[in-house]
Each structure stands twice: as structure tokens, then as C-alpha cells.
Design a binder for this molecule. Structure first.
Ligand code: FES
Length: 168
């Protein structure tokens, strides 16, 4: 190849540079949209008001079931929906788990099987989760139970949106 063939004209240089900068700007504008479309954690439940569910004094180290009502706004329509959380104290922290099995959506129960103490149990296909919500290997669920966002104000526990967790 001759040296002449390697030379880039001023016009080509400008074209490549502008294409590069333009492509970079388009990628920057599109990537948040793509991430939102692909990342289920960002779609899960959307924004939800925090709702008072329990007092800190109600809680123990053992997961307890708390049922509560949530107001859901969907465009012009507002409805009340029932929700459940398994809540417990973990040292100075509070953990609030969704009861929805991450296999096919049945409801899990703490110590729901006598054969598996200290675990959440799903009766539909014998799925199991550790106290932390981590799915037990060799059972159908492939990711942990979801968590609720938590706020504590004046000794009252408020729950917000669902946070999806991925398998580890
Ligand atoms: S729905 Fe829970 S194990 Fe299948």
C-alpha cells in the first residue's frame, strides 16, 4: 500500500470526527431508555407511597406476616390493593420480604414445611428460601424473594416499593 493511500483528506477527517461525536451523543441519549426497557428492577411496581405497616416494637427476630392495604393510582383510576410482607429484625436492621414466590408466583410461608424449619416454603412446587430470602439451590426458584423499601419514623415501620433482587 502506498503512503498516499493512507492519507485522510480534510473532508474525510471531518466526516469521521462528526460521525464519532454524533454516535457518542446518540448512545448517551438512548442508553437510559434501553436500560429502563431491559432492567425489570426499574419497572417493578413503579413509584409507591410509603404505608405504615407495623411498629418496631411489633417485630422480633422471627419473620412475621403483616397484611396491609395499598392505594394504587393507574392513570385516572385509584384502587385499594392488599399486600403482605414478612418482616423481621436483623440486628439493627429491619428486613421486609415479599411473600410472592419467584418461581411462578405462589405465596410462601415462613416455616411452611415441618421438614424445613427456618426457611420460607412454597407449597406449589416445594420451593424454599433462606430467612434472608435467598433461594435455596436445587429448588425451583432461581432468584431471591423481593424486598420492600423500608422507612422507620417515630417507631413506625413504613413499606414502599418492591425491590427486585437478582440471583447471585
Ligand atoms: S411457585 Fe413457588 S415453587 Fe413454584
Amino acid at each position: 500500500m502506498s503512503e498516499k493511500e493512507h492519507k485522510v483528506s480534510r473532508r474525510q477527517f471531518l466526516t469521521y470526527t462528526l460521525m464519532g461525536v454524533g454516535g457518542f451523543m446518540v448512545a448517551g441519549a438512548i442508553s437510559p431508555m434501553v436500560r429502563f426497557a431491559l432492567d425489570p428492577a426499574l419497572q417493578a411496581g413503579g413509584e409507591t407511597e410509603f404505608v405504615s405497616v407495623a411498629t418496631v416494637d411489633d417485630l422480633t427476630d422471627e419473620p412475621q406476616r403483616f397484611d396491609f392495604q395499598l392505594e394504587i393510582e393507574d392513570a385516572w383510576y385509584t384502587s385499594e390493593q392488599s399486600r403482605t410482607a414478612w418482616i423481621y429484625k436483623d440486628g439493627n436492621d429491619i428486613v421486609a420480604l415479599s411473600p410472592v414466590c419467584t418461581h411462578l408466583g405462589c405465596t410462601v410461608n415462613w416455616e411452611g414445611s415441618e421438614d424445613h424449619p427456618n426457611q420460607f416454603y412454597c407449597p406449589c412446587h416445594f420451593g424454599r428460601f433462606e430467612k434472608s430470602g435467598q433461594n435455596v439451590a436445587q429448588t425451583p426458584p432461581t432468584r431471591p424473594l423481593d424486598l420492600y423499601e423500608i422507612e422507620v419514623r417515630d417507631g413506625v415501620v413504613y413499606l414502599g416499593s418492591i425491590i427486585q433482587r437478582r440471583s447471585v
